[in-house]
Design a protein around this ligand. Structure first.
Ligand code: AKB
Length: 328
């Protein structure tokens, strides 16, 4: 797989050698740029490389915060002495159903390449999983770490595959595999693409810009959700956790669960004129109906001290501050 490029990357400094050297794939999605900023703050600018198969938009490309490289994964790992690999490349749930064979290529075949490189070079490998790794036979409220999964989307199937392959490689080859099952992630300055929980991001932009929002899920659809800052911090925390505290390699993480109606009520406390209509998308609704309602993350809390900072009121306040100030 090819990744986007900046030849000036060769000027990388090796002076901060105590820190991990991190490569993030799929870095232009909802989470990569934010995670890069957080890890660069922690480990130094030149110890974190952001990569993607897409060409970065000019504002990201020109930003000194981001460097891109264009070459083969194995070469990047060797040439830059990478020690941690964070594999974000994936098609999300709704878009995956619209293009199953592409989702299979990216989410499953792409993963095999990453696993091989991680084992060959002794990397610590982080792969995000999701509430979408569960299905209609899973206990929905609460959904524990270990239970029947049986997802009904290619996205979910590929994520169960990633969880099991990572754990198998951990036991078989000693791969330092770490995985968090993310809820729906809500971010202000980056857009998700093709997910079932995307409504909970879009509503903020529409509420501020037009005061009208068309929701593609039923008003009573309750799903686990998390603000992006909590999600990125959890990712750093599990990556830094000493191996001895990890009683498992795939953890649920959670912060809150809400319905579209509850989110609308909370936004109306700030924007009372918000108008919402419901036009249910049958594909997204069926996916949401098969997912957990409340996520049990007690193992993450007791093993490595996971704790969320944002509940629904803090999330809404923060999102409106950001989207509002950008729009004004
Ligand atoms: C999606 O909706 O597909 C993602 C997820 C919950 O994994 N946001």
């Amino acid at each position: 797989r090819q990744v986007a490029s900046d030849a000036s990357f060769h000027s990388v400094s090796f002076s901060e050698s105590d820190h991990p050297r991190v490569l993030i794939t799929g870095g232009l999605g909802q989470l990569g740029v934010g995670l890069t900023k957080l890890l660069r703050k922690q480990f130094g600018k030149y110890n974190v490389i952001l990569s993607d198969i897409r060409k970065p938009p000019a504002h990201v490309y020109q930003s000194s915060e981001c460097q891109y490289i264009h070459t083969n994964l194995r070469e990047i790992v060797v040439n830059n002495r990478i020690s941690w690999l964070i594999h974000y490349s994936a098609l999300l749930s709704a878009v995956g159903e619209a293009n199953v064979s592409l989702a299979r290529d990216v989410n499953i075949t792409g993963l095999h390449n990453v696993l091989d490189v991680a084992v060959e070079h002794g990397l610590r490998l982080f792969i995000p999983s999701t509430i979408g790794a569960f299905g209609p036979m899973s206990p929905p409220n609460p959904t524990p770490d270990l239970c029947i999964q049986r997802p009904r989307t290619i996205y979910g199937v590929s994520k169960v595959h990633a969880e099991l392959m990572g754990e198998y490689y951990h036991h078989r080859y000693g791969l330092d595999f770490r995985c968090l099952r993310y809820p729906g992630i809500i971010s202000a300055d980056s857009q998700p693409g093709g997910g079932t929980t995307d409504y909970a991001v879009q509503i903020f932009h529409d509420a501020v810009k037009t005061g009208n929002f068309v929701c593609n899920l039923r008003p009573d659809t309750r799903l686990p959700m998390m603000f992006i800052d909590d999600c990125l911090r959890a990712t750093l925390e599990v990556l830094e956790a000493p191996a001895e505290v990890l009683s498992m390699r795939t953890y649920n993480i959670s912060a809150m669960s809400f319905t579209p109606e509850e989110l609308v009520q909370e936004i109306r406390r700030h924007l009372p004129d918000l108008q919402v209509t419901y036009e249910t998308d049958p594909v997204r609704q069926a996916i949401a109906d098969s997912w957990p309602i409340v996520f049990d993350d007690s193992n993450a809390r007791s093993d490595w001290g996971w704790k969320h900072n944002y509940g629904l009121p803090e999330l809404v306040q923060t999102m409106l501050n950001f989207t509002g100030s950008n729009f004004r």
